[in-house]
Write a protein that binds this ligand. Structure first.
Ligand code: OGA
Ligand code: NI
Length: 363
């Protein structure tokens, strides 16, 4: 008898969005059409200048005068508290590497479907090419093709999913990821200093930090008002680094003061956001903010997203320095591996993943 899978997941047929574009360019299959309240009300998202996410100049933190350092550190802390998002400029990541990765990522997505399907993201898994976070046949689908790979520590890698085309894909991704790792360590150092903690507190605590990359390709969509590029969610990481393709449409939106605020790309900047893990560690002082991606009628969009998180072994809970009588403990202690497992075995659903960690208080 054929072996029965332990937990069969029936997700039905998942259309590849790029192929859909080629075959039926003007009809949106029902599985992508959102119910009324979930639809992006694109006319509502006219950006007002005061609603742009903050910008952090890393060079002021690394080599600024005392005053520049202090001012930038305040700005960083305020961004993490009020927005959970910021764009970082002068971040030190080699720009030609950023460009090269964008190029090979785009080349990968432009390969014939049969080539990309050599690296399938199987139902219920989060690495490879396809759509992540799909768990049932009636679940709405995102207008997006994804390609995701685990990078660090090495045991999370699945070498069978690393593509041989384009030929320089793997080496470019490796070099890029080393630089992004340095950036994450740096940012965590300044985040710690801004919280009046020891600068190495996160690095020491995180151990063999987990790093993964997800490349999201959003083809243009004839009805951007009906679909979502990526469902609303917060990230399970400690920090997320997002690079938006040059010339891409505006697509990332964050949920702030009850409205969806579009993130206007700044050339050569990287978008950083606080993930659930930092929200828990800081007892909610720094926010892991809900965000989503929308599509564009004429333009496609590429984003390359790095998730940086602690070792799966880590017991995560609010740091004692951030808990007192005014700020009572809001989250329980849990194992980060279990948190991650809970995150990736559920569909994206706003900030619901954090309920795993929340202590229910009545006040
Ligand atoms: C993500 C994400 C947004 C984007 O991949 O977690 O939030 O703009 N992506 O692609
Ligand atoms: Ni995200």
């Amino acid at each position: 008898m054929a072996p029965v899978p332990v937990s069969p997941i029936s997700v039905g047929h998942i259309d590849d969005v790029q192929e859909l574009r080629k075959t039926i360019p003007s009809r949106i299959p029902q599985r992508f059409v959102r119910d009324g309240i979930e639809r992006p009300r694109l006319f509502m998202t006219n950006p007002t200048p005061c609603k742009n996410i903050p910008v952090i100049d890393l060079s002021n933190l690394q080599k600024g005068s005392k005053d520049e350092f202090r001012a930038e550190l305040l700005q960083l802390s305020a961004s993490c508290e009020d927005w959970g998002f910021f764009q970082v400029i002068n971040h030190g990541v080699n720009l030609s590497l950023v460009e090269s990765l964008e190029k090979v990522a785009m080349e990968f997505f432009m390969l014939p479907l049969e080539e990309k399907q050599k690296y399938p993201m199987l139902p219920g898994t989060v690495q490879g090419y396809g759509q992540a976070f799909v768990f049932s046949e009636d679940q709405k689908l995102d207008w997006c093709n994804m390609f995701a790979l685990g990078l660090e520590p090495h045991f999370i890698r699945n070498p069978n999913l690393w593509p041989t085309k384009p030929a320089t894909f793997s080496e470019t991704l490796e070099a890029y990821s080393r630089e992004i790792r340095k950036l994450c360590k740096n940012l965590l150092k300044y985040i710690a200093i801004g919280l009046s903690l020891d600068e190495n507190v996160f690095e020491d605590m995180f151990g063999a930090a987990v790093q993964a990359v997800r490349m999201n390709y959003y083809p243009a969509c004839p009805r951007p008002d009906l679909v979502l590029g990526l469902s609303p969610h917060s990230d399970g990481s400690a920090l997320t680094v997002l690079q938006q393709g040059k010339g891409s449409s505006v697509g990332l939106q964050i949920f702030k003061d009850n409205t969806w605020v579009p993130v206007q790309p700044i050339p050569n900047a990287l978008v950083i956001n606080i993930g659930d893990t930092i929200e828990v560690l800081t007892n909610g002082r720094y926010k892991s903010v809900e965000h989503r991606a929308v599509t564009h009628r004429e333009k496609d969009r590429l984003s390359i997203v790095t998730f940086y998180a602690p070792s799966y072994d880590l017991e995560v809970g609010p740091m004692p320095e951030l808990v007192d009588e005014n700020e009572p403990c809001k989250y329980r202690r849990y194992n980060h591996g279990e948190y991650s497992k809970n995150y990736v075995t559920n569909k994206l659903r706003g900030k619901k993943a954090l309920e795993f960690a929340k202590i229910n208080t009545t006040n």
